[in-house]
Design a protein around this ligand. Sequence first.
Ligand SMILES: Cc1cc2nc3c(=O)[nH]c(=O)nc-3n(C[C@H](O)[C@H](O)[C@H](O)COP(=O)(O)OP(=O)(O)OC[C@H]3O[C@@H](n4cnc5c(N)ncnc54)[C@H](O)[C@@H]3O)c2cc1C
Length: 371
Amino acid sequence: MGRPRVVIAGLGDTGLLVALGLHPRFDVVGITPKPALVSGQELGTRLAAPDAWRRHYLTPFRRYRGLDGMPIVHGLTTGVDTAGQRVHVRAIDGTERELPYDALVIASGVTNGFWRNATLEDLMTVEDRIERDADQIARARRVAVVGGGATGVSVASNLKERHPAVDVHLFFSEAEPLPGYHPKVRRAIVARLLDQGVALHPHHRAVVPAGFAGDRLTVEAVEWQSGQPPFRADVAFWAVGRQRPNTDFLPAGMLDAQGYVKVDAYLRVPGFANVFAVGDVAASDPNRSSARNMGYATVIHNVRSVLAEKQRRLRRYTASRYRWGSVLGVQRDGLRVFSPRGGSVRIGPWWVERVLFPWIVERMLYKGLRD
Ligand SMILES: Cc1cc2nc3c(=O)[nH]c(=O)nc-3n(C[C@H](O)[C@H](O)[C@H](O)COP(=O)(O)OP(=O)(O)OC[C@H]3O[C@@H](n4cnc5c(N)ncnc54)[C@H](O)[C@@H]3O)c2cc1C
């Protein structure tokens, strides 16, 4: 008997960490439409300072020492046969294949605007897109950011920070941005945006053009369901929460009404003893926050448990009530990380560049990166 096979569908922020925790103890195979980690994090810096973003958030898989020897299929999972314990894969060269599994981890994330998708692409295409988007936004004199979630807030703040002469307007439908965050976090970020000179427009609910999923920058005037006059900018960036889970390859019985993967307290798909889901695709809690609250560690533990020869206890996943983490990304004065209780710590720039990224992220979390 060889080692049990674990197939991971999606090597984004969470799938990658699960792979690093299970390889080489198990025969792990990762399936990914991108040949690199293209992190879902920090869109604001990705648009405003693409070179700095790439250094930490775009990393070819060959650079991870912990993945050495692990097969990675550059392709898309197109189906799952749960009875036969096989996934169907279409590789980037168009060939189709089947991969048997003893345990399956679904970490396929969501499609969101133009920056997160399930498109099969090579590294050059990914890089070109990042450059083109940043370029278009950098050439604008007046920018409308539509949507007050973490993405919209981060884009507005980072654009103003890097391009102070640009007139940045942030529109959101509630009285304050950042729903789902602790009230203290919401207040702190509003204060920061005002201090930077971002124009805030509460109670603005945009008319989203028919068939438009926020998947490109627009140049037409933005119109409002909430009755205000149309707003014209050189470019409008949309982050109105129209994200779609990447789950069309899964049986309907695994999905909730919105199409996210149902999971139990152990991040296991109900009815399937050896199938787990984690990250933005998993309906783990109202904020679907298992990408953040160590959900990957829960899945690593639980996959090891179900594949162990002797029965082992599964670990429960614990979500926090409020979203937490960094909202604006790394700034000139360092990285501010908010806690679920609304407090925050600021990690100074020296610590971010000399300790956080090289030691904690690259060595401890990612188990070593080569140049
Ligand atoms: C360590 C860590 C720290 C974080 N810190 C913060 C923070 O400070 N602030 C914050 O706001 N958020 C933070 N986050 C969360 C982050 O914003 C997102 O929630 C996270 O990027 C989601 O990861 P994911 O793996 O679910 O999705 P993704 O990173 O989007 O990965 C999904 C991958 O699956 C691929 N895929 C899609 N369909 C298929 C298919 N059919 N077959 C195979 N692959 C497919 C996608 O193309 C993509 O590459 C953090 C997450 C982690 C892991």
